[in-house]
Design a protein around this ligand. Structure first.
Ligand code: ADP
Ligand code: MG
Length: 226
C-alpha cells in the first residue's frame, strides 16, 4: 500500500509540472505548424513537400502527447453537466470512423437511445476516442470494431468497444494504464492512463478482456444519472 501511495504522489507532481510546460510549448508549436502549412505548395519540389508533411505529422504527434498530459493534469473543479451518453458516444465513433476507414476498418454501432450521464462530456469522449484509437491500431487486416452502449441489468451504463485485432497476453493486461506503458514504436503510453483516471473520477470502472490473436474488448461501466 505504501509503495502505491508514493507512486501516486510522484505522478501528481509530474502532471502539475507537465501542465505548465505544456501551455508554454503549445503556442509556438501552433505558430510553427501554421507557417509550415503556408510553405507547402507547388513552389516546392515534391521531396520538399514530403519533408514538410512529415514535419507537420511529427508536430501533431508531439501535440497529442501534450494534450494527453494536460488531460492528466486537469484541475478537478469543473462543473459537472448532464449530457446524453448516446450522442457523446455516437459523436466519438463518428470522429474515429475516418481514421478507421483510412485503415479499411469498419466500425459497427449498436448504441441505445436515451442514455443520460452526469459528468464532463468532453472528458468521457476522450476516453472513447483513446480506446477506439487503440482498437484501430491493434488491427492489421479485415478489421472490424463493434461499439455498443446500453443500460445493463444492474442499472449501470455499459459501453463496450470490441476489436478483432492482435489481442494481448494475460500478463500484459496488468500493465494497462501504467503511465508510459506502450508496446508501440511511437506510442506515448498515456492514452489508457488518461482513460482510467477519467473513468475513476466518474466513479466508474474499466474492464478489459483480451485474447492473443483474437482481439480485445474494453467495457466501461458508469453510474447512470437519475
Ligand atoms: P499507446 O497507444 O500510446 O501505446 P495506450 O495507453 O493507449 O498507449 O495503450 C497502451 C498499450 O496497451 C498499447 O501500447 C498496447 O500494447 C495495449 N493496447 C491497448 N489497447 C489495445 C487493443 N485494443 N488491442 C491490443 N493492445 C492494446
Ligand atoms: Mg493509445
Amino acid at each position: 500500500i505504501k509503495k502505491e501511495l508514493i507512486k501516486a504522489e510522484k505522478f501528481n507532481v509530474v502532471s502539475q509540472l507537465a501542465a505548465s510546460v505544456a501551455h508554454e510549448i503549445r503556442n509556438p508549436m501552433t505558430t510553427v505548424r501554421g507557417f509550415m502549412q503556408l510553405l507547402q505548395g507547388d513552389r516546392l519540389s515534391q521531396e520538399q513537400n514530403t519533408f514538410i508533411n512529415i514535419s507537420i505529422k511529427e508536430l501533431d504527434r508531439a501535440q497529442e502527447v501534450i494534450n494527453q498530459y494536460l488531460s492528466l493534469a486537469k484541475p478537478q473543479t469543473e462543473e459537472l453537466e448532464e449530457f446524453s451518453l448516446t450522442s457523446a458516444f455516437n459523436e466519438s465513433v463518428e470522429v474515429m470512423s475516418t481514421y478507421a476507414a483510412m485503415n479499411s476498418i469498419e466500425i459497427k454501432k449498436d448504441i441505445e437511445d436515451g442514455l443520460v450521464l452526469k459528468g464532463l462530456k468532453l472528458e468521457l469522449q476522450q476516453v472513447f476516442i483513446n480506446i477506439l484509437k487503440n482498437a484501430i491500431e491493434a488491427i492489421k487486416e479485415n478489421g472490424e470494431i463493434t461499439a455498443a452502449a446500453t443500460e445493463n441489468k444492474d442499472g449501470k451504463i455499459m459501453v463496450t468497444i470490441k476489436d478483432n485485432g492482435a489481442g494481448m497476453p494475460q500478463e500484459q493486461l496488468k500493465s494497462l494504464g501504467s503511465p508510459y506503458y506502450s508496446t508501440k514504436e511511437k506510442g506515448t503510453g498515456l492514452g489508457l492512463t488518461v482513460c482510467y483516471q477519467i473513468v475513476k473520477r466518474m466513479k466508474g470502472e474499466i474492464v478489459v478482456e483480451s485474447q492473443l490473436g483474437n482481439g480485445t474488448m474494453f467495457t466501461i461501466l458508469l453510474p447512470k444519472h437519475t
